[in-house]
Design a protein around this ligand. Structure first.
Ligand code: ATP
Length: 225
């Protein structure tokens, strides 16, 4: 009888992963680190969640519909990603805790659920609505981002990180929530702010975002003023 690894290896639970953002516009700094992270942590799928009314920052320049269309174009040929519109359909601020509660209602409390953020977002996590409850609903997977400290500025937050951090990604499947994983992802010095500024100045953004998104931005005349 042929040997099959499936018959001997315990099955790892599937981790459902979410990646929220304003995506004004979506760029390679979002996509490439998350693809590497997905490989490192064996994620089968990442759900992109464009937010409607971001609570922590100025309102986006592109409309919700335009940001959604850019996200859809960026990942249309990439089976790792799907797009979920639930934050866009809310008219209230897009609090991550509400989104996680909504996913937990669908998935139940046993399935591992992860929320992906960049290092900058980790450093400001203590400003998020009900941030202390996030780990009771999900794991946090953190992508490296250049230009940001790798440590918290307060000992309280650094201690919180140490308490929850796991270094082996295969631990993430062992429980449904509660861990923080700092991923070793490529450092891409790209931000949507820079893209919007370069567009205003008439500079090329060729290496910063997918050509399909670039074409869409041109056709809609976005970020020109
Ligand atoms: P803006 O410049 O308009 O503030 P942004 O480029 O930071 O936007 P967001 O949509 O606000 O993009 O970010 C969504 C998520 O992606 C956040 O968790 C952020 O930390 C992460 N992220 C954005 N750019 C990068 C990058 N270059 N490397 C790693 N993570 C990133």
């Amino acid at each position: 009888m042929p040997h099959t690894t499936n018959s001997t290896c315990p099955k790892q639970p599937v981790i459902q992963a979410l990646f929220g953002g304003t995506f004004d516009p979506i760029h390679y700094g979002h996509l490439q680190p998350v693809e590497t992270l997905a490989y490192q942590t064996s994620l089968k799928q990442v759900i992109l969640l464009p937010n409607h009314v971001p609570p922590h920052r100025p309102q986006p320049e592109a409309t919700a519909q335009q940001r959604l269309e850019m996200v859809q174009l960026a990942v249309q040929d990439n089976p790792l990603f799907t797009v979920d519109k639930r934050e866009l359909e809310r008219t209230t601020p897009s609090y991550t805790i509400d989104t996680l509660e909504s996913f937990r209602q669908e998935l139940g409390h046993e399935q591992p659920l992860a929320f992906i953020i960049g290092q900058d977002a980790l450093l400001s996590l203590h400003t998020w609505h009900r941030w202390q409850e996030l780990l009771s609903l999900c794991h946090l997977l953190v992508c490296a981002r250049p230009g940001y400290q790798t440590q918290f500025s307060t000992t309280e937050m650094q201690q919180w990180l140490t308490e929850h951090r796991v270094c082996a990604p295969n631990q993430l499947g062992n429980q449904p929530n509660g861990y923080i994983y700092l991923a070793d992802t490529p450092l891409l010095p790209i931000s949507a702010t820079e893209i919007r500024q370069r567009r205003q100045q008439g500079l090329s953004c060729d290496d910063l975002l997918p050509p399909s998104v670039q074409k869409y931005i041109d056709s809609q005349g976005l970020y020109r003023q």
